[in-house]
Design a protein around this ligand. Structure first.
Ligand SMILES: [Zn+2]
Length: 282
């Protein structure tokens, strides 16, 4: 069922219209400690606040900037204080506003080596979504992030994990947040979902895609988190966990089981597709 919904979303996208929930505004809210949600109804963008400037992970669509600006200001912060821009995956629904936000803030853009290639050519070299309708304004990278690298800003330490497959350089980010006398292991996970039409075998622009997905699932199963967040709000069940206006309560986002199920679900879809492709089914 989930796969069907995603298939429909992508079919809509292929006809030139993005799903309404990608553009619909959503209540900005505090997730836990210095981690805040500033995305649209489905395109998750996270603001991590530090005394030395803030980190924005994902930027939504090209026209998401006013929504993100409003979300950041509703929380009492300023878009201009974003110092680093990161992404979980260099597809247009997460990075198309990077160029404009960089222009407005002067933030440094950091990405994995493989996703940096996409960001620098505006998505043109994407192994699957290279067509013009999926392109976005290119940006210059300020630095590359390596797998396992610890990114430190203003006393905050974020560990970057290369979770390739969805794009060649997809990344997840983990950090520990101290709040109310306890530590929360927060994970912004890029799920190993497979876009409609992507082939796991014989993909000439990404020959090791199946291996990359397999490695990502192994590594994601070995990662433990308390607070589960992801690139799309729907992937971590934001709308079930939080209703606009609800009081701050980091407990509502504690969901290690949901994380495990999301990884297992993506892996099981991957295995099914791989078996079908091996059997020569279309
Ligand atoms: Zn994507």
């Amino acid at each position: 069922m989930k796969k069907m919904v995603w298939g429909m979303l992508w079919a809509m996208t292929a006809f030139g219209a993005t799903p309404a929930e990608w553009s619909r505004p959503f209540q900005a809210h505090r997730v836990v400690g210095n981690v805040y949600y500033v995305g649209t109804s489905d395109l998750a963008c996270f603001l991590i606040v530090t005394p030395q400037g803030n980190i924005l992970i994902n930027t939504g669509l090209a026209d998401s900037v006013p929504l993100i600006r409003k979300s950041i200001s509703d929380l009492g912060f300023r878009l201009e204080d974003v110092r680093w821009l990161l992404t979980t995956q260099a597809h247009y629904d997460h990075v198309a506003a990077m160029a404009e936000i960089k222009r407005l803030t002067g933030a440094r853009i950091l990405a994995s080596e493989a996703d940096a290639v996409l960001l620098e050519d505006g998505g043109k070299s994407d192994f699957h979504f290279g067509a013009a309708e999926y392109n976005y304004a290119p940006v210059d990278l300020d630095d590359h992030i390596k797998d396992g690298q610890k990114l430190k800003l203003g006393g905050v330490e974020i560990t970057a994990y290369l979770h390739a497959g969805h794009t060649k350089g997809s990344m997840s980010y983990g950090l520990t947040v101290r709040e109310g006398g306890r530590d929360y292991r927060v994970l912004i996970a890029n799920m190993g979902t497979i876009n409609e039409g992507v082939k796991l075998l014989g993909e000439k622009n990404y020959p090791k895609i199946a291996e990359d997905y397999a490695r990502t699932f192994e590594r994601q199963k070995a990662l433990v988190c308390d607070v589960f967040l992801s690139s799309h709000a729907s992937q971590y069940g934001l709308h079930k966990k939080y209703a606009p206006g609800a009081a701050y309560d980091p407990q509502r986002f504690v969901d290690p089981e949901g994380y495990r199920r999301a990884v297992e679900g993506a892996e099981s879809n991957y295995r099914k597709q791989l078996a079908q492709e091996r059997a020569g089914k279309p």
